[in-house]
Design a protein around this ligand. Structure first.
Ligand code: GLC
Ligand code: CA
Length: 516
């Protein structure tokens, strides 16, 4: 059965905001909530109807905020809880929705729960994290923090070594210190996380993107325990916040949607072959035309068949963890990539700046645990004023150095140019929003997706409205047999197709949508 979901999700187009790099209004070099509010009209004008904002909670920022030290307090550098509430309201005024980033798998070492759990005397937080019972025993395969507590034991970590793993129990226990999912400690952690959700949903946020959602229950290879845990959360939400939208960073929709999530991402990790499209040696969307889309389509179809009635699968343009799309895909091929992204089922996610083809900035020193990801997190380029309109701070104060290239793209220039990438994306979103067949819940049937071949063709449909999508990123003419005859052109970029005896010839670097 389909997970109950908020109706707005069905035709939502998301925009991901990395708050520190978006818009700085008080000149400290770091983006802030007021800055986001100022730019909501820009996002709406592009056609996006929803926002996912990366973590904005109190944190020592060893992992850009994915190391939370207080789940219920906005990080002062972005503003206050009141400001955040205003951001929710300003979104709603524009008929937009906003998801916060929930990080349930781990906290910062500075979280008061962790400080309490370090103590030798037993207390409320002794079992809040995954601890072994001897400093000499490491939790296998997880990495750990040890030697900094009075308590005798080692604490498992979830990501960096300063992110202790919260305890939701083990699916299979084989050591005395491992607690089951039903243990008091594990249950208390989950209840505490529900309180965090209650807090923000009560304040007006529309749901969560959930960080590392598949990582919570340990020793859970097939994800059965973690699925069960999220089903418990689903029950709570159905009861108290049936309108809340839940999107997982899991990368395996067949599992996450069973857990009651409305959507899951296909990502740079996991079994999806997402990287074959945009981020590998020969990406399918490169004009070289040496890529292969067939493995991606195979996996997609598998996932789709397993999960389509339950929820959605979404393919992001990128995110704060991946190389910028424009690092490997260039020029017109970016438009072609978006013609694909904006005609697939599931809600599209546009990473801030991808709409103007912001570049990956090479050679930067890591900022706040970004490492190689830092080059994808540089300040948004708004216009040609100081610091591209991002901030009035002096250069050294900027959160991350700007792209300094003289021809760096800006939002303003692209808004004034009807041939820009941004204008193309705006058109594509408009078309998507005007046709049910192209929206999130419309069906998909692949027509042509052969190994090492171009183009890619698929039908999108709903009821008796069907649209044929033809995508040819390769810089050469290609053709394929097709039993559907394109009648009217809904959208085309890069020339015209020829149809003859059931064979369609497609010009180089082309994307088109057709009524059939
Ligand atoms: C997720 C986030 C990433 C973060 C990690 C640890 O993958 O997207 O940015 O570093 O989880 O929380
Ligand atoms: Ca600021």
């Amino acid at each position: 059965m389909k997970n109950k979901n908020p109706l707005w999700l069905d035709n939502a187009v998301f925009y991901e905001i990395y708050p520190q790099s978006f818009n700085d209004t008080n000149g400290d070099g770091i983006g802030d909530f007021r800055g986001i509010i100022e730019k909501l009209d820009y996002i709406r004008e592009l056609g996006c109807t929803a926002i996912w904002m990366n973590p904005c909670f109190e944190s020592p920022f060893g992992d850009a905020g994915y190391d939370v030290s207080d789940y219920m307090k906005a990080a002062p550098r972005y503003g206050t809880n009141e400001d955040l509430k205003r951001l929710f309201n300003e979104c709603h005024k524009r008929d937009m929705h906003i998801l916060l980033d929930l990080v349930p798998g781990h906290t910062s070492v500075e979280h008061k729960w962790f400080k309490e759990s370090l103590k030798a005397e037993k207390n409320e937080f002794t079992d809040r994290y995954v601890w072994t019972d001897s400093i000499w025993e490491e939790p296998q395969g997880m990495g750990c923090i040890r030697g900094i507590s009075d308590r005798d034991g080692s604490c498992a970590v979830n990501f960096f070594s300063h992110q202790p793993a919260l305890n939701y129990g083990f699916y299979k226990c084989d050591r005395p210190w491992q607690q089951s999912m039903d243990s008091e400690g594990a249950k208390a952690t989950l209840e505490a996380m529900k309180d965090v959700m209650r807090f923000w949903l009560g304040m007006g946020c529309d749901g969560f993107r959930v960080d590392m959602a598949g990582s919570l229950v340990k020793h859970d290879e097939d994800g059965k325990g973690t699925i069960k845990l999220w089903q418990n959360v689903r029950e709570f939400l159905d009861k108290e916040f049936p309108e809340a939208a839940m999107v997982s960073e899991w990368g395996e929709p067949d599992k996450s949607l069973q857990g009651g999530f409305h959507m899951d991402f296909l990502l740079h990790f996991g079994p999806s072959h997402y990287n074959d499209l945009f981020r590998c040696e020969e990406p399918f969307f490169s004009s070289r035309g040496k890529g292969d889309v067939s493995e991606f389509v195979k996996k997609y179809t598998e996932n789709y068949e397993k999960s389509q009635r339950k929820g959605l699968i979404c393919i992001p343009s990128g995110n704060h963890d991946m190389d910028r799309l424009a690092r490997s895909i260039h020029g017109d091929n970016l438009k072609i990539a978006f013609a694909f992204l904006l005609s697939m089922p599931g809600a599209p996610f546009i990473y801030y700046g991808d709409e103007i083809g912001m570049r990956y900035v090479e050679g930067l020193t890591s900022v706040e645990g970004g490492y190689g990801r830092t080059g994808s997190r540089t300040p948004m380029q708004w216009d040609n004023t100081t610091n591209a309109g991002f901030s009035s701070a002096s250069k050294e104060l900027l959160y991350i150095p700007m792209d300094e290239s003289p021809d760096r793209p800006t939002a303003q220039a692209q808004m004034n140019d009807k041939n820009s990438l941004r204008s193309e994306i705006k058109r594509l979103i408009d078309i998507r929003q005007s046709r049910k067949a192209l929206q999130s819940r419309g069906d998909i049937k692949f027509v042509y997706a052969e190994k090492n071949e171009y183009p890619l063709a698929y039908l999108r449909g709903s009821g008796d409205e069907w649209v044929l999508v033809i995508i040819n990123p390769a810089n050469r003419e290609v053709s394929f047999d097709c039993r559907f005859t394109p009648v009217d052109t809904i959208y085309s970029f890069g020339g015209e197709i020829k149809v003859e005896d059931g064979r369609i010839t497609v010009p180089p670097c082309f994307a088109g949508y057709f009524e059939v």
